[in-house]
Design a protein around this ligand. Structure first.
Ligand SMILES: Cc1cc2nc3c(=O)[nH]c(=O)nc-3n(C[C@H](O)[C@H](O)[C@H](O)COP(=O)(O)OP(=O)(O)OC[C@H]3O[C@@H](n4cnc5c(N)ncnc54)[C@H](O)[C@@H]3O)c2cc1C
Length: 357
């Protein structure tokens, strides 16, 4: 007899866990998350936790709308997780400063300010002096800045702990150290999965396996997901250097409540080599020093790298995989998986529940 679960989720990162929780909250029983290693130890752990749809948008398109909707779910999402688990995910609503450190940046922030104010989004324009008054640590050569009060940050590692805790309490089965090798199909519908611990039968499968999503056999009918390496540097700032997230087109600084100050990142096509390199760290530190020369004195306490899952068009791959009944995908979140997690959970759980009606 094979093990049976109604719904199997492949991957225990922020996306797989958020979908599992959303399904359980909709009353779906017998959900199982299968994770190759340990929960939340890949891209979701490596991330900076910035929730910045407005900072990063050049125009109002469907992706921008999706990203803003997900960001705006965060206060309720964080409060519910705290209620369920007692874990504070440290949603920090101070906001983000986007700095112009040269003439080109200045033209960019002018364009961003124009279209976002015209479209009714909240954004404040500051002179260099005003920005430095707000955050004295930033470079004296700051030409100007935009303040985005609604673009905020979350402590993504605490978020993963809260999600793992929540799904366990909600009765989701979690199997770690379990790799899904292939889908078991009955004609053109899902019948189960073959794993490193044997077969599991199920009616629906959600592929949320990040950068490894297209390795599952037969390859799901979705675009190939590729890894884009991002390296990070962690400094120690006690007292903390900045209250806002500080962003420039070349790098960022993210202050954590416990005194860590994250500096990121790189975007590298280096296959699955999840290592930190001398060149990567040098680039991050150069850009971070441009933002805030004062960080030169801070101790560097950690470095790490992670693999962002990217589809060829850079957009997330979400929803039913038309060709195979019972197969759903939630992958390709690239640079925005933490931001998009709450909405992904809502959309995928709704799609699964309505397919079963
Ligand atoms: C340096 C860096 C900074 C970032 N900063 C931000 C940020 O500030 N804001 C933001 O929104 N996003 C950020 N991101 C992006 C974000 O981290 C990702 O988009 C997000 O974590 C993707 O989540 P995921 O669950 O799809 O993937 P992952 O977290 O990679 O999880 C996928 C899981 O699937 C498991 N798995 C894979 N194959 C199998 C299999 N066959 N069987 C079982 N399990 C399997 C893996 O072990 C892994 O645990 C950043 C990423 C990096 C690397």
């Amino acid at each position: 007899m094979r093990d049976h679960h109604d719904i199997v989720i492949v991957g225990g990162g922020v996306i797989g866990l958020t979908i599992a929780r959303a399904l359980a909250l909709r009353g779906v029983r017998n959900v199982c998350v299968l994770e190759r290693g340990n929960l939340g130890t890949e891209a979701s752990w490596a991330a900076a936790g910035m929730l910045l749809p407005q900072v990063e948008a050049d125009a109002q398109d469907d992706f921008f709308d999706l990203a803003c909707r997900s960001r705006d779910l965060y206060p309720a999402f964080a409060a519910a997780l705290r209620e369920e688990t007692g874990i504070d995910v440290e949603l920090d609503t101070t906001g983000t400063l986007y700095l112009a450190l040269n003439q080109h940046d200045h033209e960019e922030i002018e364009k961003r300010y124009e279209w976002q104010t015209r479209a009714g989004f909240q954004v404040e324009r500051l002179s260099g002096a005003e920005a430095r008054e707000l955050e004295p640590c930033i470079s004296e050569s700051t030409l100007g800045a935009l303040r985005f009060p609604k673009d905020i940050q979350v402590e993504n590692r605490r978020l993963l702990s809260a999600l793992a805790n929540s799904v366990k309490k909600l009765g989701v089965t979690i199997l770690t150290q379990t790799t899904v090798d292939s889908l078991l199909l009955e004609g053109n519908r899902v019948d189960g999965v073959q794993t490193s611990r044997g077969a599991i039968s199920c009616a629906s499968v959600v592929i949320a396996a990040g950068s490894w999503s297209t390795f599952i056999k037969p390859s799901p009918p979705i675009p190939t997901i590729e890894p884009v390496r991002g390296q990070m540097v962690c400094l120690e700032a006690k007292p903390q250097l900045t209250r806002h997230v500080i962003y420039s087109p070349r790098g960022y600084l993210v202050p954590r409540q416990d005194g860590r100050l994250l500096a990121g990142s790189t975007s590298e096509h280096a296959g699955f080599a999840k290592c930190v390199t001398a060149g990567g760290i040098a680039t991050i530190l150069r850009n971070a020093l441009d933002i805030s020369p004062g960080i030169a004195e801070l101790p560097m306490v950690d470095t790490w790298a992670g693999l962002r899952p990217r589809a060829p068009d850079g957009l997330p791959v979400l929803g039913p995989c038309g060709e195979i009944d019972g197969l759903f995908c939630a992958t390709g979140h690239y640079r925005n998986g933490i931001l998009l997690a709450p909405l992904t959970g809502e959309l995928i759980s709704e799609a699964i529940v309505s397919s079963q009606r």
